[in-house]
Design a protein around this ligand. Structure first.
Ligand code: NOJ
Length: 754
C-alpha cells in the first residue's frame, strides 16, 4: 500500500534509487513541484518538534499533527522509535494532499541510545577511525529508530572553557577539528545516503558560534576575516568538502549580521565560494530571534533569512506564517521560495524517502540493532581510548588488583551523570557506574565506597544542573560527616580513587560558567584525602577544561575521563587497572585559572615576547602565560622517547616535498600508543603568523621496547594561509618544523620554501 501511494506520486518507474542521476532527481522534483501550491512549498520549509523527550529549546511546536495533514511540515525532530515515526509519516503519507514524506532529525551527538563519550572526549583519542566508527554506530542505531538526519557534527572551534558547549565539539584546533569533522560526516553518511542505515549529517553551527564573547552562550561574536578564515572556518569547510548534506546556522552574529540572515555567510561563502549543494537549516527559533537582534519584525526577519539562503526554519514558524505575505508584497520572490523547497526535496530524495518513505522504520531492526553488546563494546573501547592521563607519580597507576581500594567521590557510584550532555536518546539508567566497573577487577571486600561529598552544595547550581532529571543529589548528611566517612575509609585502604568533577549538565548548551574550578565541596574532600597520606588517584569527569592546578599538585595520579558514556564505569576501570593503556591527548588547553582564558597553543606572537626580566613584556603578574596543561598533552603508563628528528632537505620548491622523520621508542614497561605531532611555524609572512600550528599527527602503537620511525611529508599546500586579501597562498621564506608528543615539548628544525 505504501509503495503504491509512492508509485502514484512519482509517476514513474521501476528504476531503483541507485540508478537515478542528478538529472533524474531534478526532473522528478520539478514534476513534483509543478503540482505543489505555494502553501505546500512553504510547508516544506517548516521543521517542527512536538516536544517529546528531552527538550532542546525553549518552546515546542503546536498543532503538529494537523499541520502535517495540511502539508505545512517538511520535517520533524525530537521524536524517535519506529512506532512514533511511523505515526507521523502516516499522517503525511495517508492524510496530506501530495503525500510528500517527512524527514526526521535529532540531536544524535555522541551516539544514539548507546552513548559514546562526549565529542570533546572522543576528540582526545586523536583516532579518526575510532571517531568514524562511533558515528557509524550512532547512525546505525538512530536510523534503526526511525531517524534519517543527525544534527551533528558540531565543529565550532572553542577556546574558551567558560562556554559549556566546548563539550560538544573537538576543541581549539582547526586542523584536528577538520579531520574529526570529516571522520564524523563519513561515519554518519557512509557512501550512500539512501541506505537504511545512514543519516544525513548536519554540520553546525555555521559559523563562529564557539567564539561567543566571555564564553557566555548565545553571546555576540566579533572577529577579523583573517582569523575567521584561518582559524574558525576550516572545520566547516572540511565537512562541506567531505560532502555533508546539511548545514545549521548559528545563533550569533557574523560581522554584525545574525548568521541565520547573513547572505554573505550562507550564500556567498557557503555556496558560491565553497560550492555547498545541500540544504541549510536554522537553529532552534534562530529566525525569530533575529527580532531580538534588532533586525525587524517576524515578517522582516523571515524574509531576511530566506533571502540570505536559509532553506528550513526550525520551530519558529516565521517562514510558515509570513512568507506568503512577503511574496504578495514582493519582499521575497517565488524563485527564492522554490529554491529552498527544492533543496529540501533534494535531501529527501537523496535519503531515498521518495522511493520508500518507510525505509528507516523497521521494528525488527530497532529491536536487533539498538544497545547491542557489540555497540556497548564499541562505546567502551572508544571511551577508554578517549581518556587522558594528566599525571602519574609514585606509580599510582595502574592499580594493583590485590590491594584494598577506597572508592570515593560524588561521581564514583553514579549513573545519572555518566552520559554527559546532549545524550538525547541515552538512558542514564543503562549506564555503568565506576563502582560496578571496578568490581570486575577486584575481589569483594577489596573495594569499599563512600560518597565523600556532593557534586556541589550550592542548591541554586544544583537546581540548574537538574533541569533534565536529577544530576546533583544533595545528601542529607552534613559535608563534614561525608568527608569524615571517606577519610576513615581511606585510612584503612591501600589506595584512594576519588571520582570527582562536574555534573553532566554543568556543561553543554546554556551551561556557561564564570568559575571553572572544581566545586568547593569536592575540593575540600580531595584536601582531606590528601592528608591521609595514601596514594591518591583522581578520576576527573568534566565537559570542559577546568582550572585544577591544586588538584594536579595533590593527586598522585590524575585521569581525565570526560563524560565517558554508557560504558563509563567499565572503560574507566579498564584504564585504571591497565587493561587499556591511556593514549588520549588534550584537544584543548587546561588553564591555570579563568583569568588566562582564552588560552590556546597557536597564539599570535606579540611585539614584546615574555621576558621575566623585562617589566614591559607580555605576561601576567600572577600566573604564567602558558596553560597549566597544553594542547596535545597526555601521558601513558609507558614512556616514549623521541630520537633526533631529521628533515630530508633544507629547501623545498612549490612543487616539491620534504619528509620529516623521527624515531619514537617505547622505553617503558607497557605496550602503548603515542600521538606523534607535527607543527609548523611560518617565520616571516605578510600577516603575523601564529607561533606554531598543528599540521599533522600519527597515532602509533608500540610494543614495549619497540622503536618506529614516524614519517611526515611536507608539501606546499600545508604552508598556505589566507592573506589580507583572503587569498589562500603560501609565501616563500623560512619555516620552523617541530615534532613531539605535545604542543610544548617539541624538537625543532627548519627549511626554506623557495
Ligand atoms: C539548539 C542547538 O543549538 C542545536 O545544536 C540543536 O541541534 C538544536 N537546538 C535542536 O535541538
Amino acid at each position: 500500500m505504501k509503495k503504491c501511494l509512492l508509485l502514484i506520486l512519482i509517476c514513474s518507474s521501476t528504476v531503483s534509487f541507485a540508478q537515478y542521476t542528478d538529472a533524474k532527481m531534478n526532473s522528478f522534483i520539478s514534476g513534483l513541484m509543478a503540482k505543489m501550491t505555494l502553501d505546500e512549498k512553504i510547508g516544506q520549509l517548516n521543521l517542527v518538534t512536538p516536544g517529546w523527550g528531552i527538550p532542546t529549546g525553549s518552546v515546542v511546536s503546536k498543532g503538529v499533527e494537523d499541520n502535517i495533514r495540511k502539508g505545512n511540515v517538511g520535517g520533524l525532530f525530537g521524536i524517535y522509535t519506529p512506532e512514533r515515526i511511523r505515526k507521523a509519516q502516516d499522517l503525511a503519507m495517508k492524510e496530506s494532499r501530495l503525500k510528500i514524506p517527512l524527514m526526521f532529525g535529532s540531536d544524535v551527538i555522541h551516539g544514539h541510545k548507546t552513548t559514546f563519550p562526549i565529542p570533546l572526549g572522543m576528540a582526545s583519542s586523536w583516532d579518526m577511525k575510532l571517531i568514524e566508527q562511533a558515528a557509524r554506530v550512532a547512525a546505525t542505531e538512530a536510523s534503526a529508530d526511525g531517524l534519517n538526519w543527525a544534527f551533528s557534527p558540531m565543529v565550532d572551534i572553542a577556546r574558551d572553557p567558560r562556554w559549556g558547549r566546548v563539550a560538544e565539539g573537538s576543541g581549539e584546533d582547526p586542523y584536528l577539528g577538520s579531520q574529526i569533522a570529516v571522520a564524523m560526516v563519513r561515519g554518519y553518511q557512509g557512501t550512500d545516503l539512501s541506505k537504511d542505515n545512514t543519516l544525513l549529517a548536519c554540520v553546525k553551527h555555521f559559523a563562529l558560534y564557539g567564539a561567543s564573547e566571555a564564553g557566555r552562550d548565545y553571546n555576540t561574536v566579533d572577529m577579523s576575516r583573517v582569523r575567521m578564515y584561518n582559524e574558525y572556518l576550516p572545520p566547516y569547510k572540511a565537512a562541506v568538502d567531505a560532502g555533508v548534506g546539511s548545514v545549521m546556522s548559528s545563533f550569533n552574529v557574523v560581522d554584525g549580521v545574525p548568521a541565520t540572515g547573513n547572505r554573505w555567510l550562507l550564500t556567498d561563502l557557503l555556496r558560491r565560494q565553497w560550492g555547498f549543494k545541500g540544504m541549510v537549516v536554522s537553529d532552534y527559533t534562530s529566525v525569530n530571534e533575529m527580532i531580538n537582534h534588532g533586525m525587524g519584525d517576524l515578517q522582516a526577519v523571515s524574509a531576511l533569512a530566506l533571502k540570505a539562503g536559509m532553506d528550513m526554519d526550525m520551530v519558529g514558524e516565521g517562514f510558515l506564517t509570513t512568507l506568503k505575505k512577503s511574496l504578495q508584497e514582493k519582499k521575497v520572490t517565488q524563485q527564492e521560495i522554490d529554491l529552498a523547497c527544492r533543496r529540501i526535496l533534494e535531501a529527501k530524495y537523496r535519503l531515498g524517502l521518495f522511493e520508500d518513505p518507510y525505509r528507516y522504520i523497521n521494528d525488527e531492526r530497532a529491536a536487533k540493532t539498538i544497545l547491542t553488546p557489540e555497540h556497548r563494546q564499541a562505546s567502551r573501547a572508544t571511551a577508554a581510548r578517549s581518556m587522558v592521563l594528566l599525571k602519574n607519580s609514585r606509580q599510582a597507576l595502574p592499580l594493583q588488583r590485590g590491594g584494598a581500594i577506597a572508592l570515593v567521590g560524588p561521581l564514583a557510584n553514579d549513573k545519572n551523570n555518566m552520559l554527559g550532555t546532549w545524550a538525547v536518546a541515552g538512558d542514564p539508567q543503562m549506564s555503568v557506574p565506576v563502582l560496578e566497573g571496578m568490581k570486575q577487577y577486584l575481589a569483594t571486600g577489596n573495594i569499599r565506597y563512600a560518597k565523600g561529598a556532593n557534586i556541589t552544595n550550592d542548591t541554586n547550581l544544583a537546581k540548574k544542573a537538574n533541569v533534565f532529571g536529577t544530576r546533583v543529589e544533595i545528601d542529607p548528611r552534613t559535608p563534614d560527616d561525608m568527608i569524615s566517612e571517606a577519610v576513615t575509609l581511606a585510612q584503612s585502604s591501600d589506595v584512594v580513587v576519588a571520582v570527582v568533577g562536574e555534573a553532566s549538565e554543568m556543561s553543554g548548551e546554556a551551561a556557561s560558567r564564570s568559575d571553572i574550578t572544581l566545586p568547593d565541596s569536592q575540593r575540600k574532600l580531595l584536601e582531606a584525602l590528601k592528608k591521609t597520606g595514601k596514594p591518591l588517584v583522581v578520576v576527573l569527569m568534566t565537559g570542559r577544561p577546568l582550572a585544577i592546578p591544586r588538584e594536579l599538585e595533590i593527586a598522585d595520579a590524575l585521569l581525565l575521563a570526560w563524560f565517558a558514556g554508557t560504558e563509563a564505569g567499565n572503560a574507566i576501570s579498564d584504564v585504571l587497572f591497565g587493561v587499556v593503556n591511556p593514549s588520549g591527548k588534550l584537544p584543548m588547553s587546561f588553564p591555570y585559572n579563568v583569568g588566562q582564558v582564552p588560552v590556546y597553543y597557536s597564539q599570535q606572537p606579540t611585539g614584546r615576547p615574555m621576558d621575566p626580566n623585562n617589566k614591559f613584556s607580555t605576561k601576567y603578574l600572577d600566573v604564567p602565560n602558558e596553560p597549566l596543561l597544553p594542547f596535545g598533552y597526555g601521558l601513558s603508563y609507558t614512556t616514549f622517547s623521541y630520537g633526533k628528528p631529521r628533515i630530508s632537505g633544507a629547501r623545498m620548491n612549490k612543487a616539491g616535498r620534504l619528509t620529516v622523520s623521527v624515531t619514537v621508542s617505547n622505553a617503558g614497561a607497557y605496550d602503548g600508543e603515542e600521538v606523534v605531532q607535527l607543527y609548523l611555524r611560518d617565520k616571516v609572512r605578510s600577516i603575523s603568523p601564529p607561533v606554531k600550528e598543528l599540521k599533522g599527527f600519527q597515532k602509533v602503537m608500540l610494543k614495549k621496547g619497540e622503536s618506529r620511525e614516524v614519517v611526515f611529508e611536507i608539501t606546499e599546500p600545508m604552508l598556505r594561509f589566507y592573506n589580507s586579501d583572503l587569498k589562500f597562498v603560501s609565501e616563500p621564506g623560512d619555516f620552523d618544523v617541530m615534532v613531539g608528543g605535545n604542543s610544548k615539548d617539541l624538537q625543532q628544525m627548519s627549511f626554506t620554501l623557495q
